[in-house]
Ligand binder design. Structure first.
Ligand code: DLL
Length: 432
């Protein structure tokens, strides 16, 4: 099922023509209304006239997160403040956050894209959608919220936290779609299991994103909650949730190419890579009025596939995001993403999907410890010797997959901090 079949299933040649036209328009808009882009394009000797086809985007300079920070708070806005109806901001653990803005039209487009996402997950105007992403400056809560209303479904604006109440609402209201981070979904699943409430749930689908999660995590979640778990991708600088979404085929996330132009580049050289190659995702907004972004370097590692999907949608598909270049830890010269570790851990039935990577330095050597909780059943039924066998097995699997020495530590159930938003997967003691 589609929300906007014409846009979502457009022939790719027609789509590229639309993108070309919109790209010219957004370059002009950015040039005329944002001094930062004006200067940048002048320096590069470029203008909207240099856009003859979509590939010409590669001539333009990149925009970085630091450009947003340097122009804090509203310096990259392309419309007068009177036209900005909403701002959101990143959490910004250190220093100032990055601030993003939307016109009424931007909010409307965003809501439509979220409504498309909901339809991909089987949503209809009859659906009851619990939004357990945080509301506030974070884009997750309000982003999903407006999309649910746009679809004409019913939104339960629960926001994050207060787990017992979340479950009560889910049960009493007959919620059929849950939207939250995957780590919070696992936390909720654990609490639901403890309450013995699984069979009373009406959940049909989950819409999970804002952080990486593996296919192995999907298997675990779908089994625990007896529904289908869909991946949703997005970032505040570009819009928020709903830049891309998995359809019912669950074979990659469709990026809404009528609103965004996606490229994958080699993060070292900045060269554009062909479809199918792994690199850094770079996004250009094609319709954003308040905050046009030209070639924004997301730092997310992605692979794109332009083949038409079995669902009929023609928008390019992105493989699940492995992680961000800045989340990647380098241990003894080897790149490690928490999601790679997650894939291996969750293949074992003896451990729960709660884990943390702890990196430390002993002398000049980096050491990686992986803490993972054993399940209650494992703890109840296994003897110490058996636990050691389980540990050794996971240790061996991790070492052979990552290619470095690892020390797995099985920890007690519930000893790793639960997350109501984005989980903290890495503790890097080297930088403490
Ligand atoms: O996390 C927006 C969002 C909210 C997306 C709710 C999906 C659902 P930021 O806080 O700006 O925005 O963080 C964006 O989170 O660059 C990725 O590194 C990561 N991320 C978001 N979605 C996914 C995903 C929101 N599905 C950053 N898989 C992005 C992996 C994701 N990483």
């Amino acid at each position: 099922m589609y929300l906007e079949k014409e846009a979502e299933c457009m022939e790719r040649t027609e789509l590229q023509e639309l993108q070309r036209e919109r790209l010219k328009g957004i370059i002009k808009h950015a040039y005329e209304n944002v001094p930062f882009y004006h200067r940048r394009f002048d320096e590069a000797g470029l203008s909207a006239d240099d856009v003859k086809n979509v590939e010409d985007i590669s001539k333009f300079p990149f925009t970085l997160k630091s450009d947003l920070r340097d122009n804090y708070p509203f310096g990259l806005f392309a419309v007068p403040r009177s036209e900005v109806v909403r701002v959101h901001a990143s959490s910004g653990t250190t220093g100032k956050p990055t601030v993003v803005g939307y016109t009424a039209k931007d909010i409307d487009n965003w809501a439509t894209m979220i409504a498309r996402c909901l339809v991909m997950a089987g949503g209809t105007p009859e659906s009851m959608v619990q939004v357990a992403y945080g509301y506030g400056l974070f884009t997750g809560g309000l982003g999903l919220h407006y999309g649910v209303e746009k679809l004409g479904a019913t939104v339960v604006p629960a926001s994050g936290g207060n787990t017992p109440r979340q479950i009560m609402l889910m049960l009493d209201f007959g919620v059929d779609i849950l939207a939250c981070t995957p780590s919070y979904a696992m936390y909720l699943a654990e609490a639901i299991e403890e309450m013995g409430a699984k069979q009373d749930l009406k959940l049909k689908a989950g819409i999970f994103g804002a952080e990486p999660w593996s296919n192995q995590m999907r298997i675990s979640m779908e089994e625990k909650l007896n529904f289908r778990a869909h991946d949703i991708y997005g970032l505040s600088e570009i819009m928020g949730p709903g830049v891309g979404m998995e359809c019912s085929c669950q074979k990659g996330l469709h990026i809404f190419e009528d609103h965004f132009l996606a490229e994958v580049i080699d993060p070292e050289t900045g060269q554009v890579l062909p479809y199918g190659e792994k690199g850094e995702l770079v996004l250009t907004t094609l319709t954003k009025e308040a905050l046009p972004m030209i070639r924004y370097r997301t730092r997310d590692i992605a692979v794109l596939n332009p083949e038409v999907c079995a669902c009929g949608r023609t928008h390019v598909r992105m493989e699940k995001v492995l992680g961000r270049t800045d989340d990647m830890i380098i241990v003894r010269g080897v790149n490690v993403f928490p999601s790679q570790v997650e894939t291996i851990l969750l293949r074992s039935q003896y451990v729960a999907p709660f884990y943390q990577l702890v990196v430390d330095r002993r002398g000049t050597m980096d050491e990686l410890e992986v803490h993972v909780e054993v399940t209650e059943e494992t703890l109840k039924s296994a003897e110490i010797r058996r636990l050691e066998e389980i540990r050794n097995r996971i240790n061996r699997d991790l070492e052979s997959s990552l290619g470095i020495a690892v020390r797995v530590k099985l920890v007690e159930p519930k000893s790793i901090e639960r997350s109501e938003g984005k989980a903290k997967r890495v503790v890097d003691r080297r930088t403490l």
